[in-house]
Design a protein. Structure first.
Length: 174
């Protein structure tokens, strides 16, 4: 058993199981989003669909790394997609927190989102990326936290995990 935590993290990155777990978390989160939308009738807002894209990117990153987790080039591409998705999602969830805490009645999100590279994802896959709700108005709570709090926590975990993986690659084994 390894006593060096960063060494253990470095070793985990070579295993497909690690990236399968990451993929399964992304699939779970997207499934929950559809459950909220189509079963609980909580319509997604502009910031929600940005977070859906972020989770999709994290899933794509996991798929890329599943191909060849020991290949540095493949893993590097996966890392770039992973941090892009995690940072994009964290930014959107923090902005969503602002909508929940604001008392400005005129603070609202856009009807049509602006995705990176001006991709019209809401036209290509409207069930996933077309907002139909208003920012900060879902009324959902779990353990006293709303959706924005939970997503900020989740994306924060993805960012911290990314940083730990990156640090572990550059630290020498003890």
């Amino acid at each position: 058993m390894r006593t060096d935590p960063l060494g253990a993290i470095r070793d985990w990155q070579n295993a497909r199981t690690t990236w399968l777990i990451m993929l399964l978390t992304a699939v779970f989160l997207e499934s929950v989003a559809f459950y909220f939308q189509y079963v609980m009738y909580l319509d997604p807002c502009e910031l929600c669909v940005y977070q859906r894209l972020a989770v999709l990117l994290i899933g794509v990153a996991a798929l890329v790394m599943l191909v060849a987790p020991r290949n540095k080039l493949v893993r590097g591409v996966g890392y770039i997609i992973w941090i892009a998705g995690a940072a994009y999602g964290l930014d959107a969830s923090i902005k969503m927190l602002g909508y929940y805490s604001s008392e400005d009645l005129f603070m609202t999100c856009k009807a049509l989102p602006t995705f990176p590279f001006d991709l019209p994802l809401y036209e290509w896959w409207p069930q996933m990326f077309l907002p139909s709700g208003f920012c900060g108005q879902d009324g959902w709570l779990f353990l006293g936290l709303n959706m924005a709090h939970w997503m900020t926590f989740i994306f924060g975990v993805y960012v911290v995990a990314y940083m730990l993986c990156l640090i572990s690659l550059f630290r020498k084994s003890k």
